[in-house]
Design a protein around this ligand. Sequence first.
Ligand SMILES: Nc1ncnc2c1ncn2[C@@H]1O[C@H](COP(=O)(O)OP(=O)(O)OP(=O)(O)O)[C@@H](O)[C@H]1O
Length: 292
Amino acid sequence: MFPVETHELTKRYGGHLAVDRVSLTVKSGEIYGFLGPNGAGKTTTLRMLLGLIRPTSGTVRMLGREPGRLAEIGALIEGPAFYPYLSGRENLRVLARYAGVPARRVEIVLEMVDLAERGKDRYGTYSLGMKQRLGVAAALLKDPRLLILDEPTNGLDPAGMADMRALIRRLGAAGSTVVISSHLLGEVQQICDRVGVISQGRLITESTVADLRGGARLRVVADPIDAAAARARALLGDDRVRVDGAGLDLDVSHDRAAWINAEFVGAGIAVSELGVRERELEDVFLEMTHVG
Ligand SMILES: Nc1ncnc2c1ncn2[C@@H]1O[C@H](COP(=O)(O)OP(=O)(O)OP(=O)(O)O)[C@@H](O)[C@H]1O
């Protein structure tokens, strides 16, 4: 059983298809990034996962069950409503009481989100990053196995983002399954095990960050470049060699670098640079979500 499983999940608003036959799977214990540009359908999908809106068609299984108000699932979606004149701690206590959670759990979650020191301060005085972390604390009150966070870093400054990233990593390390949505690739690249990429309502791909990048490639700067390209094509095949300026991009594992070097030198080609070149997720993402 997977913590999250959807099959052909679809949501239509009038004539507009906001989510189009999305089938995704989140595995136990992973941090899953749900990635896509604004308006791609992330929030709509997450709302269906949580049972906040009904799918037009398709199915959702959350921890093996129908979506709904499950105690094992914590969520931060569209900013929680806190009272500005109450402290962070008092706000959590109100929520804890409603949820039937003992007050001592409030102290634990404040600690988890690094707000224990500021728990006595009014919510209204919190920075956006602190507000978001308090939102995560609220989602953690029931000690959920699965946490769903909609754009948890949205609007945060770099320090606030780093704090949120650290928090999500800690949650992942503690064994929680976490789904975060984001339109920021850098964020997802740094903390997620796997990603699902959504564009215009459709899930374009689902894979590990490493696979999405297509693995590392070798970058070789050699002279003469034409001879180097010909040699590389003979060794690797045409489709694994690309000439880029004074260098070659070779679609070959980096542990073959010494072999390539020896082959080039043997053929009288001077190699002045040999290194690993990683494709940035950003490039991959732009390629995939490019509309045209
Ligand atoms: N209640 C609604 N009624 C009509 N259209 C809606 C409704 N909610 C969302 N949409 C539309 O569905 C599409 C997907 O919206 P959604 O909010 O899920 O995207 P998103 O990926 O979460 O983007 P963002 O990051 O901007 O929130 C958008 O075109 C949006 O305008």
